[in-house]
Ligand binder design. Structure first.
Ligand code: ATP
Length: 263
């Protein structure tokens, strides 16, 4: 599969760092007893699709939230491009999330009173930027919902709504798109369509995607899979298939049970 160096709206390319996001020594503790992340080093390369997998409670969402500036680590650093966001204020993190990062969550989070198109172009409005019609057209064609653009979310299927949410995340050309269980509420066909759309975002638009998932078939759309267990990075897989991911997951779950887990 061909991999572009940089897509037509691949986001600002002002940094020398080949990683879209890089975390080092990332540790997150809650209260006295819970270590959600324990000294994790992870790189999310630019223009690549990375999946994060691991047993329930292994720290996947915590890693994503810290890497995206949604949560603060207890220790360690988070570089977005060349920028260390660890010491940033809440206002700076809010601007970072608005201007440089795209999000897709399991609950589609569309605004019910806006049409599909208005939802897709909302990030331009929020940032006070003019709508880039060429990019909107490309993204709309990629998701294949042109004839539904005037519909409100309630008039769309779950899969269509999630494609609108993905288009909204991609349309400003963010430096990275974080997708947390985006197929959790979709059937297998809608899931495959949605993941294919994210894949095309990487291959054809030069995007960087980070996907948190429990589903080996979803992880197989990625270029690499990172495995977490008990808050630690315990392995990775390049060019995964559903079968190789499943094998690795099984061995990780056995490891966790045998060691008794840490939490
Ligand atoms: N706000 C919080 N307060 C206390 N503990 C938390 C909090 N958020 C997460 N945790 C704990 O941190 C650990 C990691 O949670 P996290 O949600 O990152 O795991 P996960 O791998 O995403 O799990 P799942 O697959 O079930 O969504 C868990 O033990 C969880 O109970």
């Amino acid at each position: 599969m061909s991999r572009p160096c940089a897509g037509p709206h691949a986001g600002p390319m002002t940094t020398a760092n080949p990683a879209a996001v890089q975390v080092s020594g990332l540790t997150k503790t809650y209260g006295a007893g819970v270590t959600a992340l324990d000294d994790v080093d992870v790189t999310f390369p630019r223009h690549r699709f990375t999946a994060i997998m691991g047993p329930s409670g292994s720290g996947k969402s915590t890693l994503m939230h810290c890497a995206a500036g949604l949560d603060r680590p207890t220790r360690g650093t988070v570089l977005v491009g060349d920028t260390d966001i660890t010491t940033w204020s809440d206002d700076q993190l809010t601007r970072l999330r608005r201007d440089r990062i795209g999000f897709v969550f399991q609950a589609f989070n569309l605004l019910p009173t806006l049409s599909a198109l208005e939802n897709i172009t909302l990030p331009f409005d929020l940032a006070g930027r003019p709508v880039d019609q060429d990019v909107v057209d490309r993204v709309v064609d990629t998701i294949g919902l042109r004839e539904r653009l005037s519909h409100r979310p309630a008039e769309l299927s779950g899969g269509q709504q999630q494609r609108v949410a993905c288009a909204r995340a991609l349309v400003t050309g963010p430096e990275v798109v974080f997708a947390d269980e985006p197929t959790g509420a979709l059937d297998s066909r809608a899931s495959a369509e949605l993941l294919g759309f994210l894949r095309r975002g990487v291959d054809e638009l030069g995007q960087t995607v980070v996907l948190v998932t429990h589903d080996p078939a979803a992880a197989a759309f990625a270029d690499q899979v990172l495995f977490l267990a008990d808050g630690r990075l315990v392995g990775s897989l390049q060019q995964p298939t559903a079968a190789t991911v499943l094998d690795r997951m099984k061995s990780l779950e056995l490891t966790t049970v045998r060691s008794g887990g840490t939490r």
